[in-house]
Ligand binder design. Structure first.
Ligand SMILES: *Cc1c(COP(=O)(O)O)cnc(C)c1O
Length: 520
């Protein structure tokens, strides 16, 4: 496999001889062995006094052998992790148009508030009576989520979107079981995010796919035909994963309810409609919210997620414990199933503690700093930015479902036909242009999907730069410059992996080029 220090671009205009360095470094982009390979036994970052005699204090449970931590100095450790962080692309480094994931800016004000000692130093095992301020904050966030979605209740404990789906389907199953109604099927549109069928399967349901129509929406006729007393629920994303609003959603909700089934809405794309549409008005029964998408809390390695689930009055009694309840003395955590708290029918506990406090603080800070009008503007700007990308690229790239989009635009690979360039090649070439690729090959309803979500937090200047790079790449692909794509990325710290080899024979060690040459 070629090294990161190989800067040649075979076939590109004016290709030079490969530039290799003796060190393996590329400019100030530094290579190094794994941290365990840097181990020097006995080396340590701090001078610790000899430990006192502990023999016997643990009753024979003392560790018998070293635990295998590498011996390193403090500067080695700091450099190692700083170098790794420099190889890691993040929203703080540049435009990150990963469709469906909503990689928007994480405002620093939110970070500052989440680090206030009164929130940051809470211990999850602290008695709930000692943290009334935290409960107040969770309650205030809950009231915002209730107001924004138009739903009567919210379970705050789920830890992410997929966990929220699990929470919602467990509520649905509990409600059906309480009514003595054993239904076995969950309907999922073919464009669904993979977590939807996975969640339904984990809950013991059989999954059946509902096809999309020619407009990239759920085929209403196919859906209504399939609805019968075996169907427990439908799981639908709105706006859907093609970046399109499900225009038949009210009819869908009515048909689902007429069949005695529940309507789970996947709310991962709520950022497109906040302040414009209240999902509760559309007839949904439950929906998760990804605080780390819609409300800007960090994700993708930047922090834990949080997936509160809003619930209809029919499903709220089955919500998980602990549940925040409002009493005469303010909000309180109901830890147990009791009639008095309205938690007697709860399906139980799905998480050790009550939610992700740091994410609650960040999300509420985001909501309060925007206000209702600012949240609506964020949604409108996200839709505007995606439609700007669509308008500027639709003459060069191809759309399976023409027409305006919501907060993300879905291209297919039709424009790459006969160029020898695949969606994967195109995405890798974007890295050389300094852009994280869009979401590729998802959703599955279009061939070679490229799903672009610019988010509202990108400026026009940065989106223009992005559009210019994409137009350039499309032109190069159509001009037959296949070599520009075949080996891309050429300029990233790591080149393209041979995915088969990487899975079968992973190379987990780094060899300096000089040693590699000697071995060959
Ligand atoms: C992100 C996403 C999920 C899953 O959410 P996580 O927070 O990553 O668990 C589910 N559905 C859709 C459409 C998504 O975009």
């Amino acid at each position: 496999m070629s090294h990161a220090s190989d800067l040649s671009r075979p076939g590109a205009a004016g290709a030079a001889a490969p530039i290799t360095t003796n060190s393996g470094h590329r400019g100030l982009d530094l290579e190094e062995p794994l941290i365990f390979e840097q181990d020097a036994p006995g080396r340590c970052g701090v001078d610790l006094p000899e430990p006192p005699e502990l023999a016997g204090r643990l009753g024979g449970l003392e560790r018998q052998a070293p635990i295998g931590l590498p011996g390193l100095t403090e500067p080695q450790v700091v450099r190692h992790f700083v170098r790794l962080s420099r190889n890691n692309f993040a929203i703080d480094a540049g435009l990150y148009p990963l469709g469906s994931c909503t990689m928007k800016h994480n405002p620093r004000l939110n970070e500052k508030l989440a680090r206030l000692p009164g929130f940051a130093d809470l211990h999850p095992l602290q008695p709930a009576e000692t943290v009334p301020g935290a409960l107040q904050l969770i309650d205030e966030l809950a009231q915002w989520l209730i107001a924004l979605t138009g739903m009567p209740a919210v379970a705050m404990s789920p830890a992410a979107g997929a966990h929220g789906e699990l929470c919602g389907l467990m509520c649905i199953r509990a409600a059906l079981e309480a009514a003595g109604d054993a239904r076995e099927v969950v309907l999922v549109p073919e464009s669904a995010h993979g977590t939807n069928p996975a969640t339904a399967a984990v809950c013991g349901y059989r999954i059946e796919e509902i096809p999309a129509d020619g407009r990239g929406r759920v085929d209403l006729a196919a859906l209504t035909e399939r609805l019968d007393p075996t169907v427990a629920a439908i799981m639908l994303t709105n706006p859907n994963t093609c970046g399109l609003f499900e225009t038949d959603i009210v009819e869908i909700a009515e048909a689902v309810h007429q069949a005695g089934a529940y309507f789970y809405c996947d709310g991962a794309n709520f950022n497109a409609i906040v302040g414009r549409v209240r999902p509760g008005d559309l007839g949904i029964d439950c929906m998760h919210l990804n605080l780390h998408k819609t409300f800007s809390t960090p994700h993708g390695g930047g922090g834990p997620g949080s997936g509160p689930v809003v619930l209809s009055a029919a499903l709220a009694p089955f919500a998980p414990l602990p549940m925040l309840v409002r009493g005469p003395d303010g909000p309180r955590l109901a830890e147990h199933a009791t009639e008095a708290d309205g938690t007697a029918a709860s399906f139980g506990r799905m998480k050790a503690f009550h939610g992700q406090m740091g994410m609650f603080v960040r999300a509420l800070a985001y909501i309060l700093s925007h206000g209702g009008d600012g949240l609506r503007q964020a949604a409108e700007d996200a839709v505007l930015n995606a439609n700007y990308v669509l308008a500027e690229l639709q003459d060069q790239m191809s759309l399976s479902f023409p027409g305006p989009c919501m907060h993300e635009v879905l291209f297919d690979d039709g424009f790459l036909k006969d160029t020898g360039v695949s969606t994967l090649d195109f995405a890798k070439a974007m890295i050389d242009e300094g852009f994280h690729p869009m979401t590729m090959y998802f959703p599955l309803v279009v061939h070679g999907a490229m799903l672009i979500e610019p988010t509202e937090s990108e400026s026009k200047a940065s989106i223009d730069q992005f559009i210019a790079s994409l137009r350039h790449l499309v032109e190069r692909a159509k001009a037959g410059d296949a070599a520009l794509f075949a080996g891309a990325p050429y300029l990233a710290p790591r080149r393209r992996l041979d995915e088969t080899q990487a899975a079968r024979k992973p190379v987990l060690r780094w060899t300096p080029p000089a040693e590699e040459a000697a071995a060959e």
